[in-house]
Design a protein around this ligand. Structure first.
Ligand SMILES: O=C1O[C@H](COP(=O)(O)O)[C@@H](O)[C@H](O)[C@H]1O
Length: 257
């Protein structure tokens, strides 16, 4: 049975450190169980704080980082090394310090990559990379232990935006054109793919997120509010700071369903 919980922390710093601690323990458990682990990264401000907290967390040495696969939930379709790429930020904030083998870092293709400035081809290429990592005989996706998501002020997750055609997409990975948030061209895992992760963690901080978080937890539709449409196969954890949680009903703060 899938479980949903809401955990509220006093401020963004405590939130980031708590997510980091939970992440480290979850990856240790996954490696003990399966020998390897996988983490789907996201972009944005609170994700950056989590990455730095993981990097600086003393117990992170208990994870064998050579046996963690890193995937991305979405990417800004920009040239390699561009400072606004989620990949560039994650490398600077975390991956460079962990010395992860290159073969374990599955970045989404950049706009100057093998397909050039063609986001549809880049999305198809990433879908192929996912399929290659899938266990034979399973769906065309690898196992994701933890999939972390930020939550946009408008309720977007990854680069699945409200009322945008990508919110209806059923292929595993999609190009996004006309993103309401810059840059306008992106690539993203789609809602059906996000929902294959063992655990989905939605992490949000700040008062600007309160409306979207509150609506997502009170039954909004996935096209109107993509954050409402993501669930882990086993667990969904909303990890919030108190400012992002002001519109979450108290009864939801430790919901188990
Ligand atoms: O553009 C993006 O924004 C969202 C949320 O970012 P935040 O700074 O408001 O936390 C992020 O989750 C997504 O990965 C990213 O591409």
């Amino acid at each position: 049975m899938s479980e949903t919980s809401v955990i509220v922390h006093s401020d963004p710093d405590v939130l980031a450190h708590s997510v980091a601690a939970r992440l480290v323990v979850t990856l240790i458990d996954a490696q003990a169980e399966r020998g390897a682990a996988s983490w789907v990264l996201t972009g944005g401000r609170i994700a950056g704080a989590v990455h730095r907290a993981v990097r600086d967390f003393p117990a992170s040495d208990a994870v064998d980082w050579t046996r963690v696969d890193f995937w991305w939930g979405d990417e800004r379709f920009l040239p390699a090394g561009h400072p606004d790429r989620n990949e560039t930020q994650a490398r600077e904030q975390l991956l460079d310090a962990l010395r992860v083998p290159a073969a374990r870092v599955h970045a989404m293709p950049p706009s100057d990559g093998p397909d050039g400035n063609d986001p549809e081809a880049a999305a198809a290429r990433y879908a192929q990379e996912l399929a290659r990592a899938a266990r034979p005989g399973t769906a065309p996706l690898p196992h994701f232990d933890v999939l972390m998501l930020g939550v946009g002020e408008d309720g977007h997750v990854a680069s699945v935006f409200p009322e945008h055609p990508v919110a209806y997409e059923t292929r595993p990975v999609s190009a996004v054109r006309g993103s309401p948030k810059p840059p306008p061209v992106r690539t993203t895992l789609t809602l059906p793919t996000l929902n294959t992760a063992d655990q989905v963690w939605l992490v949000a901080a700040g008062p600007d997120k309160a409306g979207a978080v509150g609506m997502a937890l009170t039954g909004a539709g996935p096209v109107q509010l993509p954050a409402a449409g993501v669930h882990g196969v086993n667990r969904t954890i909303w990890q919030l700071d108190s400012a992002a949680a002001t519109q979450v009903r108290r009864t939801f703060r430790s919901v188990r369903s």
